[in-house]
Structures are given as C-alpha cells and as structure tokens.
Write a protein that binds this ligand. Structure first.
Ligand code: PMP
Length: 323
C-alpha cells in the first residue's frame, strides 16, 4: 500500500514478487526511515493455517512508526495485508516438520527529496518466504561473544524500535563475534557497559537454581520481543517467578561458576528458543551448566512450540486462524 500526505493509505494490492522502482533521492536510501516486523504463519496438524500473535506485531510496528516519525498502520491494514498475502497462495508448504511461512511486513519513506525531515510519502509492503526449522534435529546450544566497545542502542535512541538502522549499527559487532568463533554477538548497555541487553536478533533469559527466571527490563534500549513476552507469560502460568531486572556480565560469569545460574537462553521469532552454552568475553570465556540445552529451556521451548503448532490448547488466544 502507499501513503501520501493528505490522502492516507491507498492502492493496496497483492502482487508477484519483483524489483521495486524507487527514485535515487527516496528518503529511505539516505536517512534510513524504515521499520519492519517478523512473524510466522504455521500450518497445524489439522491443516489450519494460523498466525502467531499478529496483533502484537501490529502494535509494535505502530510504536516503531511513532519513533521514526512515520504514519500509523492500523491492525486492519497490517493484519489484513498479511492475511491477503497468505491466502493468495494457499498451497505454500512448510519446509520440514518445523517449517513455517516467514512474513516480513515493512514500511519505508519513498518521497524523493534531500534534507532531514519526516517524509510525506511512504510504502508499506509484506514479503513472504517459506522457511525450514532453525535447527536440524535436536536444538543445540550456541556460543555468544560479548561486544565490549560497540553498542547496538543507547538511552533515547531507537533500540526499542524495529528499524533497519539498529541492525546496521550491529553488523560490525556481529561480524567480530563470528570471527572469534561465536554464533552470535551479545550487547551490553551503552552507559555502564556491563548490563546484558540482547543478541543481534534475540532477547536473553537466565534460569537460577531456585527455579526463578530473569530477563533484562525493557528500558528503551532493548527490542520488546514477542517471544520474550510469550515465554514470560507461559513461565508465570506455571508458577515460575519471572523477574525483569538488569543482570551484569560479571555477575553472569560468577553465577555460572558458582552454579547459582543453571541455564541461559535466547529467544526470537526465527529460532523460538535457543540455549546459550558458552560466553566468550575477550580472552576469557565461561560455560553455562553443562554447555548443553537445560531442562527449563527445553520445557519452555516445547510449551511454546506446541501452542504455535496447534498441538496444545491456546489459553491466551495467541493463534489467529486464517483458513
Ligand atoms: N531483539 C532483536 C534485536 C530482534 O531483532 C528480535 C527479532 N525480532 C528479537 C529481539 C526477538 O523479538 P521477537 O520475539 O518478537 O521475534
């Protein structure tokens, strides 16, 4: 769909995938006025096609739009566009048992001008792509590398928005972590450089020996993950104490050494839940638990996956059936 000042959203349509035509002065190419979302459509065992919490993605999209001075996208437009796209090809088939249809709604400033101000023309698109499960076989544990001097987001910045610029800012740190043999980077806060925030595309959780769970609070520099929120809800449903508190990297290392910390995991739409087995911090590193996926991590993952796949009841009404 297209948005122009004074007219609002118009020209919504489903089209075959192909190149976009943009003026070289389109604001997005110069000032990165762009936001996006990521969610999945699943095919359940009974053959239904469902979306997982699309209303939560729509709400986060609106928050991102507000932060980047972009127009409002209603639930009707956001979810309606996804629904129209998924229904356009009802025969898409998930690749493998964990497969899904990944959906990427995004909006960018298309107005052609050079100068720093919010644009007056935008486009909203949704891209669909069939994805296989993140893991082949049993989920493994990943190794993550601490970024000590590069930050993803700081106070007052755009860290809580899902905008392309945040990811551009994280690429060098991600590449450095991979160069050092890690699977992912983990970012620390930009003020004291010691509180664990999130990975390049996943939120973080910590499981303690008293059975409680901790995740860093949403204080404006972390993306409010929908998987994070879902797991907090499922854990609390089961009576688990879930704390949203800051957690320092040195504490993480000390707790892993003393055994007070039992498990750590990362979560997001793409991989759902991934165990963190090892943390590399410059010349030092530490192992969490026995280095493999722990029982709490696996149980939470299975609980969430069962809901997404329609294999268990959906107490919070998270699934939206399309057809
Ligand atoms: N943090 C970042 C930086 C991300 O890109 C993502 C993926 N959207 C997440 C966390 C996890 O969010 P969600 O659970 O909504 O996918």
């Amino acid at each position: 769909a297209e948005w122009t000042e004074g007219r609002g959203w118009h020209s919504a349509r489903v089209m075959p995938r192909g190149p976009l035509s943009l003026d070289p002065a389109a604001a997005v190419l110069h000032y990165a006025q762009e936001i996006f979302e990521g969610l999945k459509a699943y095919r359940t065992e009974t053959g239904d096609t469902v979306l997982f919490r699309p209303d939560a993605n729509a709400a986060r999209f609106r928050k991102s739009a507000e932060r980047l001075a972009m127009p409002m996208v209603s639930d009707d437009l956001f979810i309606g566009a996804i629904e129209a796209l998924v229904k356009a090809d009802r025969d898409w088939f998930p690749a493998g048992p964990e497969g899904a249809l990944y959906l990427r709604p995004f909006m960018f400033a298309s107005e052609a001008f050079l100068g720093v101000r919010p644009a007056k023309e935008y486009r909203f698109l949704v891209l669909a792509s069939s994805v296989a499960g993140y893991f082949k076989g049993a989920p493994k544990a990943i190794t993550i590398g601490v970024s000590r001097n590069l930050n993803r987001a700081g106070p007052g910045g755009t860290g809580a928005a899902k905008c392309g610029g945040n990811y551009a800012a994280s690429l060098v740190a991600q590449a450095e972590a991979i160069e050092h043999g890690c699977d992912q980077v983990v970012f620390l806060d930009a003020v004291e450089h010691r509180f664990v925030e999130e990975l390049g595309g996943m939120n973080t959780f910590f499981v303690f020996d008293d059975g409680s769970i901790l995740t860093p609070p949403l204080d404006g520099t972390i993306l409010p993950g929908i998987t994070r929120d879902s797991l907090m809800t499922l854990a609390r449903d089961e009576g688990v104490v879930v704390r949203e508190e800051r957690y320092a990297i040195d504490q993480w290392q000390a707790d892993a050494a003393s055994g007070r910390l039992r498990e750590s995991f990362a979560c997001g739409t793409a991989a759902v839940v991934t165990s963190i087995g090892k943390v590399v911090d410059g010349d030092t590193s530490f192992i969490i638990g026995d280095g493999g996926p722990g029982p709490v991590t696996q149980a939470l993952r299975e609980r969430l996956v069962a809901i997404q796949r329609g294999q268990s009841n959906d107490p919070h009404g998270w699934l939206k059936r399309l057809f």
